[in-house]
Design a protein around this ligand. Structure first.
Ligand code: SAM
Length: 214
């Protein structure tokens, strides 16, 4: 594989006992930007199919997902955002319009027709935090939902009335808990893609404002 090829690594399927540290090691603990992996690939496939209008990928990382949507999907404009400045730079180098922002805070009410998010979701022991950009990319705090919940809190505001959000959810994070949280915020949730691995199942939830759900 060429050195600059950062398509998802689907060759390194983890063993059943694979841990957060093993995952991180496989992805390069000291890499400042999350490399696309199986989760990125699953989100990209669903996003190419569903993204329409103004599309934002929150936590764009390398920009690989946003770039695929830009090239292969029907969105009219594709943006990326990330708190990590190295990620914003990588995404821009790829041709993605990327801004440094915390979740949806920088975006106007109802401005987004499609929102994509592959969040940091690994449940993490508070005594075992790394405090680097990989931590920011991977750790979802003790529950795994530290980023998912504030994202879902603000999504009703930023998503257009007939918009859709595609959220990647791991079984490690508590699928039912995420669905319940989204439903409580006025969304209908539908699973549009799912892949099982030895250590987790990844799902893509399509979230629509309840009054606009099909
Ligand atoms: C699991 S990685 C996904 C990267 C990329 N979207 C992909 O699928 O390959 C999560 C990304 O979310 C970013 N992130 C973490 N906290 C964030 C926040 N509060 N606002 C925006 N992005 C955030 C991380 O820097 C990281 O790039």
């Amino acid at each position: 594989m060429p050195e600059d090829d950062d398509s998802p690594d689907t060759t390194g399927a983890a063993d059943p006992g694979d841990t957060r540290d093993a995952l991180a090691e496989r992805r390069g603990l000291d890499a400042p930007v999350y490399e696309p992996a199986e989760d990125s690939g699953l989100l990209a496939e669903a996003a190419v199919e569903h993204a329409r209008g103004v599309t934002l990928e929150v936590g764009t990382g390398s920009g690989w997902v946003a770039d695929r949507v830009r090239r292969e999907g029907d969105a009219t404009r594709v943006l990326g955002s990330d708190v990590n400045p190295h990620a914003c730079r990588r995404a821009r180098d790829r041709g993605v319009e990327a801004v440094r922002a915390d979740l949806l805070a920088a975006f106007r009410d109802g401005a987004l027709d499609t929102v994509l998010f592959n969040p940091p979701y690994l449940p993490t022991d508070p005594d075992n935090e790394w405090e680097d950009w990989q931590e920011v990319a991977l750790s979802g705090g003790e529950s795994g939902r530290d980023l998912i919940e504030p994202f879902l809190d603000d999504l009703p505001r930023a998503l257009a009335p007939d918009g859709v959000a595609l959220l990647l959810v791991s079984s490690l994070t508590g699928f039912a808990d995420v669905v319940e949280y989204a439903v409580d915020r006025g969304f209908d949730a539908e699973t549009v893609a799912e892949e099982s691995y030895p250590f987790e199942t990844l799902s893509i939830l399509a979230l629509r404002h309840r009054e606009h759900a099909r």
